[in-house]
Design a protein around this ligand. Sequence first.
Ligand SMILES: NC(=O)c1ccc[n+]([C@@H]2O[C@H](COP(=O)([O-])OP(=O)(O)OC[C@H]3O[C@@H](n4cnc5c(N)ncnc54)[C@H](O)[C@@H]3O)[C@@H](O)[C@H]2O)c1
Length: 261
Amino acid sequence: MRLKNKTAIVTGSGRGMGKAFALALAKEGANVVVSDINLVEVKQVSEEIKKLGCETLAVKADVTSKKEVDDLVQKTLKKFGSIDILVSNAGVSSMEYVIDMPEEKWDFNMDINLKGTFIVTKAVAKEMIKKQTGKIICIASMAGKGGAATQAHYHASKHGVVAYVKSLAMELASSRITVNSVCPGAIKTSMQDREVKWSAEIRGAGATSKEIREELSNFTPLGRIGQPEDVAKVVVFLASDDAAFMTGQAINVTGGQVNTM
Ligand SMILES: NC(=O)c1ccc[n+]([C@@H]2O[C@H](COP(=O)([O-])OP(=O)(O)OC[C@H]3O[C@@H](n4cnc5c(N)ncnc54)[C@H](O)[C@@H]3O)[C@@H](O)[C@H]2O)c1
């Protein structure tokens, strides 16, 4: 077990990749604080973690609220005494051509994906600095390295996360805190289900979700859509001392897809 006696917070861990990260960290021995806007789902994830014999806490926190994030940090410190690992994962997406995009959709993506990353990492970094150690992992995206029609706002937010992580890594290196981002490709979650449906609607002419999924697989050199567990293995590695000499990196987990457009 690589993470015994470590305490991890995972944001957006009620479902999808965040849930897979929470379970994978627990399987390596970590105490895991599962946090999301959806308290019902994080309580369910917490129950699954308890069944693994690990310590856990479920906390409702919206990453766009400094007050709720501060509360998440305080509850974690009260129960476990320290925060060793942060996985800043909470994120959203939507699809719209720029010329049709209301400002609300731009703000929705920016506020949760980019400003939420700032709010959560800032609150946790303050505590990690006191202990002069820690691992911060931010979930960006392959979208943080390229561009795509109908997702300018999402791609801009994820480019922001990649750049933010590179900069924060430089600021925290002297406190022996590593900061890396992970850039997943097409991963089967509820976010992807929504995006596949929207893509079919935008394309029109009878396009189906099944066809869009087949295209996603065909565009992926390894020939399949990724599973949350594919990404969780990389997150566990970055959270462990095996990655002690890595910081400021943006690691692709894309099945070989390289989005450089
Ligand atoms: N699925 C993919 O193909 C894919 C690819 C690349 C990157 N990502 C990124 O991975 C992360 C996880 O995505 P997913 O696919 O598991 O999505 P998902 O929609 O399945 O799960 C996201 C979780 O985040 C929570 N959340 C949303 N807004 C929140 C907020 N303001 N505060 C706290 N929690 C909030 C949701 O309730 C949900 O539980 C996101 O940052 C996403 O942008 C996803």
